[in-house]
Design a binder for this molecule. Structure first.
Ligand code: 48F
Length: 258
């Protein structure tokens, strides 16, 4: 075989092996932002089969750009411990906060999730949920360029015992459950309340509090969880996102072991 054939064959074979062996997973995480990546890493480390779907080319969500494209982010002291589990370096300020390089944070979270065993499918968007007997049971996936170009191409389906909405501000997956499946989720109205304006302290607290199971098989993390329950936005402080991912991993692990 000439080199060109061998290289193409290696990519095609290894990719389709990866895809085929992940058509039924324990946990499908939608969105590779900080909360989704922490949840994915903790669940994979606990021995669950985890696939992460990220519509963009680069996983990492809202981490890369820091605040207003200044590539530094801030976390609280207690959340920095989660970053240290990923070998990410932080700089304590002595006032309860720590700064870190946003590129190191994004790259470190991605690498940590992968090394723990989570499989990341980038440029893949989740366009719908699977809904069997009143349980969210998987995700409907397609190439994001297919969606962006509005091509009329059917998706494929991955079954999952737990689906995590880690899509950030739009909480796209919970929207599918509420609008298409017509379910009442575990929120004050049974639907999506929508994000309130900026209040960092409250938003950070509620992001973690609002992280929970919303419906059988359906969970939300990070900004998606907070948006669903009508929490305040918090901007470029990331401790709540990290703690949300860790909390959700614990909840899902308990549910799946039951
Ligand atoms: O928004 P995002 O970073 O999620 P997060 O974990 O963290 C929020 C913070 O970054 C920031 C914040 C902190 O102050 O407010 O916003 O809640 O990442 C969400 C990821 O989900 C992807 C999207 O491209 C982004 O990388 N995503 C969104 N919809 C889909 C999706 C979809 N339908 N399928 C696949 N990926």
């Amino acid at each position: 075989m000439v080199m060109e054939e061998q290289i193409s064959s290696a990519i095609v074979r290894s990719f389709f092996k990866k895809l085929e062996s992940n058509l039924a997973v324990d946990v499908a995480v939608v969105g590779a932002g900080p909360s989704g990546l922490v949840a994915a890493r903790d669940l994979a480390k606990a021995g669950f089969k985890v696939a992460v779907y990220e519509s963009k080319l680069a996983p990492g969500g809202g981490v890369w750009g820091g605040g207003m494209l200044m590539n530094e982010v801030v976390v609280q002291d207690d959340a920095a411990e989660i970053l240290h589990d990923f070998d990410i370096t932080t700089v304590p300020l002595g006032n309860g906060y720590q700064t870190l390089d946003s590129v190191e944070m994004a790259a470190g979270l991605i690498f940590g999730a992968r090394k723990a065993g989570a499989i990341i499918f980038n440029t893949v968007c989740v366009e719908d949920i699977v809904f069997h007997d009143s349980v969210v049971s998987g995700v409907v996936i397609n190439w994001n360029p297919v969606r962006r170009l509005d091509m009329h191409v059917d998706p494929i389906v991955v079954t999952a015992r737990a689906v995590v909405d880690g899509t950030g501000h739009p909480s796209e997956i919970v929207q599918k459950a509420v609008n298409k499946a017509g379910v009442k989720i575990d929120s004050p109205s049974g639907g999506i309340l929508g994000e309130k304006p900026m209040w960092m302290e409250d938003g950070e607290r509620t992001t973690v509090e609002n992280t929970k199971r919303l419906f059988p098989g359906l969970y939300a993390s990070g900004m998606a969880a907070n948006n669903v329950q009508g929490g305040f936005r918090m901007g470029p402080i990331f401790g709540g996102m990290l703690k949300s991912g860790r909390k959700l991993a614990r909840i899902i692990a308990e549910d799946l072991k039951r």
